[in-house]
Design a protein around this ligand. Structure first.
Ligand code: GAF
Length: 386
């Protein structure tokens, strides 16, 4: 089903249930070229919005009810503005968490009906949750004439994830979904929130995502643990260097001096982040120079760090990265996003993609018992009204 068809579908379901013409909005998923687990350490990231998205159809009600429908899950949920609360593991959290944040910030919402659907695979590390939050935040801001700037909408979305989904995420996913630009990556400084659009010139290459179809239940709890370990490292460094505010301000010699002998695990975690922040800046310069070979080598190095030092990979992701390492058509590959499953991102020569997937899929199935799902990522605009 292509995207306009999904938009038509949510509109149709809306009208069948409540009549009238709904407001339509779209928010995309994202890829990240390099810079993983750096966002919540005040570092840089290099994401882009993709051509897979969440669509919502929304309309006002005359009462304080909230009526939600998720087409993909064939599920509905009904509540009222004053009764919204998180529900463990439910899709409604990403919508109601946004409503909760708007209200906490003093924005006036009324009751509404909302239908949601999309084509971002869940649990694939492509930020379907941030896309739901951003689509909801944007649609409700438009629907109730709140005129909330995009900079604030992404904070609403991020806080919704913290408080209703329990994942203490950084800002990368929401930023990419909201601010993405066609055929560009965003070089975002997660401390100052300054950003530049960098053209993604792939000349004969494509971004190929290989979905492991693994989603470990560890992902949220271990994500929050990594965050705490980074903060623990900062606390140790700060005893000697009080000016340090986050790992962004830390160097490997500082870690050697203040953390290595005290806590080896925290040292490894922090060292990965500090090195990844430097790697991102160099990788971005590679991209601007058109040196995809150099960028690709850094992606492999990032994967090693995520797997061995940060320990957020899994056997299936490692299998896929190792399987392409010696392939001349693949310039770089690594796991992407929070980890413990989801996709690898690969820079692959366009004319070699079919052969690569045909060779890899049966090997992957034999090794893991799982299907391999290839996705070619096109780079698209961020959140918009349709
Ligand atoms: C997840 C989070 F939501 C992001 O904020 C980011 O930390 C990413 O994992 C890892 O780079 O997608």
């Amino acid at each position: 089903m292509n995207q306009p068809e999904i938009a038509k579908k949510v509109a149709r379901v809306y009208t069948e249930n409540w009549g009238g013409e709904p407001l339509l909005a779209r928010s995309p998923g994202r890829v990240n070229i390099i810079g993983e687990h750096t966002d919540y350490n005040d570092g840089f990231v290099l994401p882009a919005a993709i051509d897979k998205a969440v669509y919502v159809a929304a309309g006002r009600r005359n009462d304080d009810r909230i009526e939600l429908k998720a087409v993909e899950f064939n599920d509905s949920y009904s509540t009222s503005l004053d009764a919204i609360a998180p529900r463990e593991g439910q899709w409604t959290n990403y919508i109601l968490g946004v409503v909760d944040q708007f209200r906490k910030r003093g924005h006036q919402l009324g009751g509404f009906n909302l239908v949601i659907d999309g084509d971002i695979p869940f649990g694939a590390g492509l930020s379907s949750s941030a896309a739901v939050e951003c689509a909801t935040a944007f649609a409700l801001s438009e629907l109730f004439g709140l005129n909330v700037p995009r900079e604030e909408l992404i904070r609403v979305a991020q806080k919704a994830e913290h408080e209703f989904a329990g994942v203490l995420c950084g800002i990368m996913d929401q930023f990419a979904s909201m601010f993405g630009k066609k055929d560009h990556v965003v070089r975002l400084d997660c401390r100052s929130m300054d950003y530049q659009y960098v053209p993604l010139r792939l000349d004969g290459y494509k971004l190929l995502l290989l979905n492991t179809n693994v989603k470990h239940s560890l992902s949220s709890s271990e994500y929050n643990v990594r965050r705490q370990q980074c903060e623990a490292g900062v606390d140790m460094v700060r005893q000697k260097y009080p000016e340090v505010k986050s790992l962004r301000d830390v160097t490997v010699p500082m870690l050697d001096e203040c953390v290595r002998d005290t806590d080896e695990l925290v040292y490894r975690r922090c060292k990965y982040v500090v090195e990844e922040s430097e790697r991102l800046l160099e990788g971005c310069a590679d991209l601007e120079r058109g040196d995809l070979t150099a960028l690709g080598m850094k992606m492999f190095r990032t994967h090693r760090g995520l797997s061995d030092e940060y320990e957020v990979s899994c056997p299936e992701l490692d299998f896929l990265v190792n399987a392409v390492r010696e392939n001349d058509a693949v310039l770089g590959a690594r796991m992407m996003g929070g980890g413990f499953g989801g996709c690898t991102i690969n820079i692959v020569r366009e004319d070699a993609i079919d052969a690569l997937v045909n060779e890899l899929a049966p090997k992957y199935k034999e090794a893991t018992g799982l299907e391999l799902t290839p996705i070619i990522a096109g780079i698209e605009e961020g959140t918009s009204r349709l």
